[in-house]
Ligand binder design. Structure first.
Ligand code: DGL
Length: 258
């Protein structure tokens, strides 16, 4: 099936998913929507997040997508259940990897860096309580301002470093041995986070499991693209032009109203 795979995020964060997914699926066409006019989602109400997410899904369906990937933890944790009731094509989302982290931790302390609305969501709470073992402690930190700095193309790196240290130091002092990156934007600053973290702390993201899930879903629904035509990857934004810092040459970047 030659129809594209649709992906959306509040901005450039989900590009970190697309970057790997386009390698896992070299024959697939992609359409990526960066809703940067409405970025950040992380401090909006659940109702607003659902309405923006629904708008993005409708646009991707209008653009003939065969499946939707919500490359945004905030949107997934606040809207995926409802979206699956109203959207007619398959939807796959991304959430902080609580389950793998709970299996991984030896110190029984896990750090989670995410947006306010991801950490406050019912889905995050339920996943935590379904998987949590009594003596494991979860140390949550809201990444205030990080999304904005990343959207701006990381021009204020010094500021970013200071901010990150203030978020990570309290978690480090709690003896965490893994840190969950609970926002796709943070994948773009993984190297800076790694520089701050001591070596014994492992970063856990969910890019690979999500991409594997997408591949399996395309196979099981028999909607893989078997065509040998040159594939396309279209990236649309609806606000300010996206920062080139995170964009591959292969992307066809354009403004679109949605
Ligand atoms: N990339 C989104 C996420 O994973 C960013 C959230 C925001 O826009 O605040 O949560």
């Amino acid at each position: 099936m030659q129809s594209p795979i649709g992906i959306f995020d509040s901005g450039i964060g989900g590009i970190s998913i697309l970057e790997k997914l386009k390698q896992v699926l070299p024959n697939e066409n992609f359409i990526y929507l960066a809703d940067n006019l409405n970025c950040p989602y992380g401090r909006k109400s659940k109702k607003e997040i659902l309405s923006l997410s629904n708008k993005n899904c409708e646009k991707l369906i209008e653009l003939n997508c065969k499946i939707i990937i919500i490359a945004c933890n905030t949107s997934t944790t606040n809207s995926i259940q409802k979206l699956r009731e109203i959207i007619s094509i398959p939807i796959i989302g991304i959430e902080p990897g609580l389950k793998p982290a709970i299996h991984f931790t030896k110190t029984k302390n896990i750090g989670v860096l995410a947006t306010e609305k991801t950490l406050g969501s019912k889905l995050f709470f339920e996943t935590l309580h379904k998987n949590k073992i009594d003596d494991i402690h979860i140390h949550e930190q809201i990444g205030y301002e990080l999304v904005n700095i990343i959207e701006e193309g990381l021009h204020s790196k010094k500021n970013l470093n200071k901010l990150l240290r203030s978020y990570l130091t309290p978690m480090i002092s709690k003896n965490i041995d893994c840190l969950l990156l609970g926002c796709t934007h943070y994948n773009h600053i993984r190297d800076i986070i790694e520089e701050i973290l001591p070596e014994n702390i492992t970063i856990v993201d969910t890019i690979d499991p999500v991409n594997k899930h997408v591949l399996n879903k395309l196979k099981s629904d028999n909607i893989l693209n078997k065509s040998k035509n040159k594939r396309f990857i279209k990236v649309f934004y609806n606000g300010k032009k996206l920062s080139n810092n995170f964009l591959d040459q292969e992307y066809d970047l354009n403004y679109l109203e949605f």
